[in-house]
Design a protein around this ligand. Sequence first.
Ligand SMILES: Cc1ncc(COP(=O)(O)O)c(C=O)c1O
Length: 451
Amino acid sequence: MASLLHPFTNLTRLRQNGPTVIARGSGVFVYGADGKDYLEAMGGLWCTALGWGEEELVEAAAQQMRKLSFQHIFGGKSHEPAIELAEALKELAPFPVGKVFFANSGSEANDSQIKFMWYAANARGHTARKKIIARDRAYHGVTLASASLTGLGAFHKSFDLPFDFAVRAECPHYYRGARDGESQEAYCARLAADLETTIQKEGPDTIAAMFAEAVMGAGGAIVPPRGYFEAISKVLARYEIPLVDDEVICGFGRTGNWFGCETFNFQPDSMSIAKALSSAYLPISAVMLSPELTEIIEEEATRIGGLWHAFTYSAHPVAAAVALKTIEIYRRRDIVGHVRKVAPAFQARLTALAGHPLVGEANGVGLIGGIELVADKKSRRNFEAAKGVAAACARYCESEGVIVRALQDDRIAFCPPLVISEAEVGELFDRFERALARTLDWVKAEGLLAS
Ligand SMILES: Cc1ncc(COP(=O)(O)O)c(C=O)c1O
């Protein structure tokens, strides 16, 4: 603790209480250095889809390390795991893909996307197309460019961000954003009209792309209303603005289909994937580009003498071999089918939480969900942020042996490994409900609840 800079952490509390040191994992559980078990209801950071201790992935990594521990793909070099993985991803993709570019994290994938969108626009002679639309509460990463698209103030403060290419659109959160009596359909139509107004105000010829997550993760595990993506896609198509689908969380079965865009019925021009791509056994991410984007990028690279963008570890052979094995396991064990089988039990326990005095909203899809803790259910009034009610709940959760994630506006996210069984779903929510009861006692004792 004296040497390690802990990110995304309340440092005052860390100094007082020290860290929770996790020593090992097995299935959907991780174990503290003291042996305490925690049901990992966040799959780490929305990523450990196959759970901990998956021997086949360990073996795939070891074999590849022995055979070829490193090979870059610069200057015409290549290797089998990278080629095979690109082919496997093209085959899986729910939209036509020309080529696949590899990076090492979601942030790097999204930074690469931003550069590719500018590159393609420049190649087409659309040199004024520099702005990128992203939504309030979006999370696209923390590197300079991706953090600029992230729509959460905490990631900008004191970092001199966002850069001014980022243009904001509304977050599609029906619970918070809908007007009294407004139907989901009318709400979606209004957001689409607002997007169009923004595009016209900024100037359609100045916009290079729009980024969106199917379900917003770190912004609050917010599920968009049905019809939202259909409505905004029409607007984007009208102005020939490419849609970059950030599937870093939603990809590989999370929402009950291989990709979130299938669940929410939209067709992207480009897609970012990471996390479950290797079940987080090794860092790897990818950008999947439409054939049109691929063609224009390759033409430009040919014209100017090369595509001068990549990372040393782009398509690292060990990470690529692990990702290939991960995809093979997803197929062989029908992980998407498993998600569909356990999701009803998960969603039933999640949405039942809406009956609790602290829970304003409980919503989810597949094996992802979010709840919002409120001071007054009737008026939907939030607690004062400084009280840290969701953070307190997350600490009670830890004490009850379940790991969740506290997010902005007292939202709490659930995103367990996809391999979770129905019995483990029951255990997850039993533990969570005990923690929620303790949170309620604490909130009452502090006098924070509306009377
Ligand atoms: C939707 C989304 N995009 C991008 C990222 C950034 O990924 P990384 O932390 O690997 O840079 C995340 C991380 O949680 C994410 O949820």
